[in-house]
Every structure is written in C-alpha cells, then in structure tokens.
Design a protein around this ligand. Structure first.
Ligand code: ADP
Ligand code: ADP
Length: 239
C-alpha cells in the first residue's frame, strides 16, 4: 500500500510482565490522518515512539510504502531504541508535548541544524526552505529569536518546522498542545489542519476532540494493549 503500515506490532518494556502493545495492526493511506485515542496509560505515546524508532519492538513490522523499516525482535526490551538506520529514521518525523528547542540556537538555527549536520545539505538552500516553513506557520518575523523569547505556541510551531524540513513521509504528533495555555492551542492546531490539507500523512494523539473530529480520516481506540475500536468515518465516530 502507498502509505504507512503497522502489522502485528508487539511492544514490551523491560521489567513489565506483559506487552503494552499486543498485536497492533493498521494502515494509514498516503496523504491521510490517523487519530489515536485511548485512556491514559493505554500506550498511545508508546505507539508513536515505536513508530519513530525511539523504542525497540519485540514483534511485528513497521513499513512505509511496503518497505519494512523496523522488524520486531524478541529479547530487545532493554535496547535503547530500534536499530533503524539514520536514513530510515528521518522518513518519520515526530513532535512531542514539550520538545524543548535547543536553547542556545535561534529559531533558524534550530530548524536548520539536522539538515546541515546530519544530511549535509547546502546551507543557503536549507535556510531558504526554513524561511518558507516559518512563513507557513506565521513566524517569518521570529527567525532570529531565541527559544526563551517565544511563547509555548510559537515554540511548538518551530518544532513542527524542525520536523518538516527533513521531509518526513509520516509526521507523528504526540499531544502537542497539551502543555499550552488555552489561547495558544488554536494557532498550533490551525497549522496542523493546514498540513493535513496539503496532504501530509500524520498520526496524531490529541485530547482536542473537536480538532480530532475535523482532521481525522481514520480513528483507532487503544485499550489493554489492543485496538478496541476503529473507524474510517470520524464524523460518525465522534458524534
Ligand atoms: P499513554 O500515552 O496512552 O498515556 P504510554 O504509552 O505513555 O500511554 O504508557 C503506556 C504504559 O506503558 C503505561 O503503563 C506506562 O506506565 C508504561 N510505560 C511508558 N513508558 C515506559 C517506560 N519507559 N518504561 C516502562 N514502562 C513505561
Ligand atoms: P504520557 O502519558 O504523556 O506518555 P507519562 O507521564 O506517562 O506521559 O510518561 C512520561 C515519561 O515517563 C515518558 O518518557 C515515559 O516513557 C516515561 N514513563 C512512563 N511510565 C514509566 C514507567 N512505568 N517506567 C519508566 N518510565 C516511564
């Protein structure tokens, strides 16, 4: 399938007596948005972190466009992260609830760091692209600001730019507005809605139910290590 797929994924933490995710399977078509719901502790963050390659998996596969990027191996509970190559790692981007920006780098420096250092891309080209992204999220005039000079909502919009500049095929958003003051939630969610309209494939964990209903093409509900509900009609699901 063109898009993103998880098959029979099993994730167990070291010292836990059973998996936190057990036989999870779903597909996300290219250009669509999956919203992941579930009670606190149901494994939503863990699911996104395994997909991002930040956690090893013990069973199943994670694929993009039918290419397996991660394969479960039993006995890897204690490994720090998956053994995915850095080229595969950049195909999936992630923004966290409070992913602090590098405090000693400007907005522009934060966004251009990975493409310059890790991907060795051309500086002028990367900076031009960063400015375009900042313009897209309404922050073109803050390119030289330091992180501590920004509001939480502005910082999250910069964090989104930092993920997008790596051209991820899939973008993972884990509760990115949960730590924000209410008046800043809208400006961040509006950016995400624009990304969805532009065809960015995304997996989103959020407690903003109006937003979830508006953006989801597909919803899964996790509980007890399993998908307990799944819908391709978000409008009906949230009704
Ligand atoms: P959610 O995002 O749905 O709240 P989490 O993925 O954060 O759920 O957590 C799922 C379960 O896994 C919880 O029981 C949590 O305590 C446990 N857990 C999360 N991270 C770790 C970890 N690093 N080590 C051990 N257990 C963890
Ligand atoms: P969330 O529900 O948003 O994931 P948590 O408060 O559950 O937030 O977890 C915060 C951090 O603590 C995460 O990095 C998670 O992996 C880690 N964590 C959660 N539960 C455990 C646990 N039982 N053992 C070790 N680390 C954990």
């Amino acid at each position: 399938c063109k898009g993103f797929e998880v098959r029979h994924l099993v994730k167990q933490y070291a010292n836990a007596d059973k998996p936190v995710l057990n036989d999870i399977s779903f597909k996300v078509e290219h250009g669509t948005v999956l919203v992941v719901l579930g009670p606190s502790g149901s494994g939503k963050s863990t699911l996104l972190r395994t997909i991002a390659g930040l956690e090893p998996i013990q069973g199943g596969t994670i694929s993009i466009n039918d290419q397996v990027i991660d394969e479960g191996r039993p006995g890897t509970e204690k490994a720090g992260r998956s053994n995915r190559s850095s080229a595969l790692r950049t195909r999936i981007g992630m923004v966290f609830q409070s992913y602090d920006l590098f405090p000693n780098k400007t907005v522009l420096g934060n966004i251009t760091m990975a493409p310059l250092l890790v991907q060795k891309r051309d500086k002028a080209q990367v900076e031009a692209e960063a400015l375009k992204l900042l313009d897209r999220v309404g922050l073109a005039d803050r390119k030289d600001a330091w992180p501590h000079e920004l509001s939480g909502g502005q910082r999250q919009r910069v964090a989104i730019c930092r993920a997008l500049i790596l051209h991820p095929e899939v973008l993972l958003l884990d509760e990115i507005t949960a730590a924000l003051d209410p008046e800043m939630v809208r400006e961040v969610l509006d950016v995400v809605l624009e990304l969805a309209k532009a065809g960015q494939t995304m997996l989103i964990v959020t407690h903003e139910m109006q937003f979830a209903r508006a953006i989801a093409d597909h919803v899964i509900l996790l509980d007890g290590g399993h998908i307990v509900e799944e819908s391709h009609d978000a409008y009906a699901f949230f009704a």
